[in-house]
Write a protein that binds this ligand. Structure first.
Ligand SMILES: [Zn+2]
Ligand SMILES: [Zn+2]
Length: 385
């Protein structure tokens, strides 16, 4: 036992008390002694008539406090570790995002440089063709700079004819104008395309920052980006945490986590269910491979639905049925080699399914009827060791 900090082996140090064992502690408000520890002699001496407590009792109070203190210290330590993990995870994600954005801009810059280079080369080639004759003329005399005895009159004649023919041609006259126009056009084209690119980047970044909710650690997006054509089927309220289907009877995914589940984490999500007029309604996880109208009753998904707990397209328990106003808690453990899906309806455990889906897995919700909704109430993601 932890005898080091226990009070059971103290002896009295008062003269004449023969190192007797301390057995009590004075708690008397009128006691004037600085030494509150008492042996059996002290009872009749310094602490005579005082209110005393058994030493074991004091010891047990102190040990209890010590235990509480250690628990708190341990708790703080654990919280700190968890926080560090979150921080690392977040910084990693932000770094990835930064690299992705920078990479795209870098690629655009290179593309722009290449395009300009290519076009200017084209313009120069064209200019060269146009001025070929006069250029040849100049070169002819450079090449024959020494006093020429017998100039190649045939060649010179050919060059001169070319120049003469070009003399009146619109192409030659407009040569300069045309080149300037081409360069101007190139400038305008690339400027517009760069501006469009930057605008698109800005839009997507600001949408990332504003439209998605649950930004801090794990972001969901309503299907706007992934299922581009479906954004008009639902509307977002409550600071984008709630999506209500407002159009088109047909089962489709309304909510999907922005990122796939990472390995070695525990994901805890609490959803509020709004299920109008029965209709399909699924909350769970899946690979997102079945296309635009992807929903969760496929061979690569697990969900709790209005018709039962469905695991890889098989209804495991049709006595479980999601209803309007239910609260669904999902606990998804992605520990390597030991992945599990735990579902609760109104705090009652309704399923525990081990899974081993190889592809990227997303958290999703799909529904059929207009008026149905899903709301993310809270979430927590805990990195595992
Ligand atoms: Zn004593
Ligand atoms: Zn006393």
């Amino acid at each position: 036992m932890e005898s080091n900090n226990e009070l059971n082996n103290l002896t009295c140090q008062i003269n004449g008390h023969s190192n007797l064992k301390i057995i009590g502690f004075c708690i008397d408000p009128n006691c004037n002694s600085n030494n509150k520890f008492a042996c059996q002699e002290c009872f009749f001496d310094i602490h005579s008539g005082h209110k005393l407590m058994k030493l074991e009792k004091l010891n047990s109070i102190i040990q209890d406090k010590l235990k509480d203190y250690k628990t708190i210290v341990e708790d703080v330590k654990k919280k700190k570790e968890l926080y560090d993990k979150y921080e690392k995870l977040q910084l990693g994600h932000l770094e990835e995002l930064k690299q992705k954005i920078f990479g795209e801009i870098e690629a655009k810059i290179n593309e722009y440089k290449e395009k300009i280079k290519r076009k200017l080369k084209g313009i120069n080639n064209n200019d060269n063709k146009i001025s070929m004759n006069i250029k040849n003329y100049e070169e002819y005399f450079v090449g024959n700079a020494a006093p020429v005895q017998r100039p190649d009159l045939l060649k010179l004649s050919e060059i001169c004819s070319g120049i003469y023919k070009e003399k009146d041609s619109a192409m030659a006259r407009n040569n300069n104008n045309e080149r300037n126009n081409r360069i101007k056009q190139l400038y305008e084209e690339t400027t517009k395309s760069n501006e469009d690119f930057l605008r698109a980047q800005y839009t997507s970044i600001s949408r990332y920052l504003q439209q998605n909710f649950l930004i801090s650690r794990y972001t969901f997006e309503w299907c706007r980006k992934t299922y581009g054509g479906y954004d008009f089927f639902y509307e977002l309220i409550n600071n984008n945490t709630k999506a209500t289907k407002k159009m088109s009877q047909g089962t489709m995914t309304v909510l999907r986590s922005k990122e796939p589940l990472y390995d070695n984490h525990l994901y805890k999500f609490k959803f509020k269910i709004g299920l109008k007029n029965v209709g399909d309604y699924d909350v769970g996880i899946g690979t997102d491979k079945t296309g635009d109208s992807c929903w969760l009753r496929t061979k690569e998904s697990i969900c709790i639905s209005n018709t039962g707990v469905i695991n890889m397209d098989i209804n495991m328990d049709n006595s479980i049925k999601l209803k309007d106003k239910d609260i669904v808690d999902l606990e998804i453990n992605t520990k390597n080699g030991n992945k599990s899906f735990k579902g609760y309806i109104n705090k009652k455990l309704v399923c525990l399914i081990d899974f081993d889906i190889k592809d990227n897995i997303f958290i999703m919700a799909a529904m059929r009827n207009v008026g149905s909704f899903i709301e993310v109430d809270s979430y927590e993601i805990i990195p595992l060791d």
